[in-house]
Design a protein. Structure first.
Length: 507
């Protein structure tokens, strides 16, 4: 492997204690993104009540961030390799904080969707840069495994901090306040990062090919949009046309990368079976889990009647399990095997999702808490090891592009998962039969039904709530079952694709 740093800088990066302080800045960026993703789910009932989005608009609010970020990650990861990963990270963090203000003060569903899309543009600069900088900061494989574990654990911790902090804010302020918590984190990240982060880039990057950027963006967005619309409205001619456009653009992107002397993304990375297997495992895992993540907060608040802060605390076991597993995942993968840890983790998540098909309106917390703990532990083992595999499979000068592929799989999985599993929930929900006088908007989302019930006579309101909650639960059961099948299938695929794969050892 060829380092992008000069020999003196490399020695300094290995020996200086400042690399751990630099890591603390990188994990703040991860925290920023993770908190933002989780507080949105918690705030969804309030956004529904205030902005009154349709069911389709609500799904767009939920997944347009992943939608845009999936289309831009490869381009931004490659841009960071070219102009400097520190520069793009700090610039992206500043933009992320500023656009969070626009999210907080959105007044219409359309403006909220636009704000989430812009946040995706800023977010696309953060995650590839953090992993790429870890690849260049930590040259010792065992130290890098620990650093990646801390990176992943922070992302998981963000999923806990987000709901708890968000729940507190939602009980005391308006829903926009949950986005403003990004500002102090961003400020610390930028001010400390300027002093502690080393700059790194590809020394011979070639030009940043704008045609490749456009092909990547158009292809990813068109494909995800087509999947989303097909899941909601079926295979109409516009949907098929959009899918064809996306597939053509992605084909053009791949062909262009294979023929360019300095491609935006080196497609030869995918010849490495461990790299390809880890990327595929990440994509399918997030796809299977995303429906649960998006709808769990609604279940806790709108079905079980928990307050926002209590709902945030209820989700804590998943984050705690992921943090604990992430910190020991590298050691476990070296002691046993990469495929055993990844496949075992994914199978555990699949079984936990299957258990959630038993959720009811009055299900006790022990079942839910235990299932979430298993989900967290399984995901913590899997995601940490696959990230380590991806980083160790490529030269340091391609760390940004490789990290971007990893994050693209993650975000694409989230967008597809919310589109497919979210559409299952929405489709099952819309067909419920409410009492006489049920307004049409009550069929758009459970949040809209709860809001409509406040304006109806008590007996009618109770009937509406019972019918709408039963329909929502039916959809949640279907989505959990589908997610369980995806995770168990992914565990089997990972077992074969990661055969013989090992993490690097020191020395």
């Amino acid at each position: 492997m060829t380092s992008t740093l000069q020999p003196a800088a490399t020695t300094e990066a290995v020996t200086r204690p400042g690399r751990w302080l630099a890591l603390s800045v990188l994990v703040l960026a991860v925290l920023l993104v993770a908190v933002d993703a989780t507080v949105l789910g918690l705030a969804t009932p309030y956004i529904s009540e205030d902005l009154n989005p349709s069911g389709t608009q609500l799904l767009w609010i939920g997944d347009v961030y992943s939608f845009v970020i999936a289309g831009l990650l490869v381009s931004m990861g490659s841009l960071g390799d070219r102009i400097g990963r520190k520069r793009i990270l700090l610039g992206g963090a500043t933009a992320f904080g500023a656009i969070s203000v626009l999210n907080a003060y959105a007044t219409t569903p359309e403006l909220m969707i636009l704000a989430r899309a812009l946040l995706g543009v800023a977010g696309a600069t953060l995650m590839p840069a953090t992993l790429a900088l870890i690849r260049n900061l930590f040259h010792d494989p065992r130290e890098r495994s620990l650093a990646v574990g801390i990176w992943g654990a922070t992302a998981s911790a963000g999923t806990a901090v987000g709901p708890i902090a968000g729940g507190f804010l939602l009980e005391h302020f308006w829903w926009g306040s949950v986005f403003l918590i990004n500002l102090p984190v961003m400020a610390v990240l930028v001010l400390v990062g300027i002093r502690t982060l080393p700059e790194s880039r590809n020394p011979n990057p070639g030009p940043w090919d704008l045609i490749s950027v456009v092909l990547s963006l158009v292809g990813m967005i068109a494909v995800v949009y087509a999947v989303k619309e097909a899941a909601t409205h079926g295979f109409t001619w516009p949907v098929l046309g959009t899918a064809l456009l996306g597939a053509t653009a992605l084909y053009g992107f791949v062909h262009r990368q294979l023929t360019m002397p300095a491609p935006l993304l080196d497609m030869r990375l995918f010849r490495h079976r461990g790299f390809s297997g880890a990327v595929l495992a990440d994509l399918l895992t997030v796809l299977g889990m995303s429906g649960l993540v998006f709808f769990l907060s609604q279940y806790l608040q709108l079905v079980q009647g928990r307050r926002p802060f209590e709902a945030g605390l209820a989700e804590l076991p998943a984050a705690a399990g992921a943090v604990a597993a992430g910190l020991i995942a590298g050691r476990a993968a070296r002691r046993f095997s990469v495929r055993a840890v990844v496949s075992g983790g994914l199978a555990a998540v699949g079984l936990a999702l299957a258990a959630l098909t038993a959720l009811g309106p009055s299900t006790g917390y022990p079942l839910l808490g235990a299932a979430l703990l298993v989900v967290g532990i399984g995901a913590g083992f899997s995601f940490t090891v696959t990230a380590d595999v991806i980083l160790s499979s490529v030269p340091k000068d391609q760390a940004g592009a490789a990290s971007a592929v990893s994050e693209t799989a993650y975000e694409l999985g989230a967008a597809l998962g919310i589109a497919l599993l979210g559409s299952i929930v929405t489709g099952a929900y819309r067909g419920f039969t409410g009492p006489a006088g049920t307004p049409a908007q009550a069929h758009e989302s459970l949040g809209a039904a709860v809001q409509a019930a406040t304006e109806m006579p008590p007996h009618t309101a109770e009937a509406l709530l019972n019918a709408s909650r039963d329909a929502f639960l039916h959809g949640l059961h279907l989505a959990s079952g589908a997610g369980a099948a995806v995770l168990l299938g992914t565990a089997l695929v990972a077992w074969f694709l990661l055969k013989g794969q090992k993490l690097e050892s020191a020395g």
